[in-house]
Design a protein around this ligand. Structure first.
Ligand code: ZN
Length: 177
């Protein structure tokens, strides 16, 4: 089974910017460890981040955030993608929605996705739904995602497990071969 590491929406606006979330700060260090392990094991790392246009539907609900070409839409410094990584832009909650992610994963022969990033019950949930619909198995290291409250984090993880069969694991588990 080939695995890819997906890093969703770890952009400045979701951590310290327009939609800042202090809870998301604690995701950075365990996620960095996971990205390093993925690199060492030659596991593909795919960053999929909001790169919004002012007209995007989502902004009616959330206001402007993670805009294309702006600082707020850049991945946080600690997790800056390397030239070996893949970077895709999205304009809606799901990392699969019109981003080319599914095509890329199929070209890489991936059938298991490790889904990380923010927010657990929003973009991570929609990304996991689309992964499930497309037949991927899903793994979520619990330290590498966060929500806006304890309740949303816990119910978010539970939803991923119940609805999509996501394996909820720890970053200390062996995730890459
Ligand atoms: Zn957005």
């Amino acid at each position: 089974m080939a695995t890819a590491l997906l890093v969703v929406d770890m952009t400045n606006d979701f951590i310290t910017g327009k939609l800042k979330n202090d809870r998301a700060l604690k995701v950075i260090s365990p996620l960095k460890k996971l990205v390093d392990e993925a690199h060492k094991s030659s596991t593909p790392v795919v960053y999929i981040s909001d790169a919004h246009y002012p007209e995007d539907t989502e902004l009616k609900l959330w206001g402007e955030h993670s805009m294309k070409g702006e600082w707020g839409g850049q991945v946080v410094d600690e997790l800056t993608p390397t030239d070996k990584d893949y970077t895709l832009e999205k304009r809606n909650y799901s990392a699969f929605f019109e981003t080319g992610l599914d095509t890329l994963l199929r070209e890489l022969n991936v059938d298991n996705v490790v889904v990380t990033g923010v927010v657990t019950n929003i973009c991570i949930q929609h990304t996991s739904a689309d992964a499930f619909f497309r037949g991927y198995s899903i793994t979520v290291p619990k330290e590498t995602t966060e929500a806006l409250s304890d309740e949303e984090y816990a119910s978010g993880l539970n939803f991923l497990k119940t609805m999509y069969g996501a394996k909820i694991v720890s970053v200390d588990d062996q995730l890459f071969e």
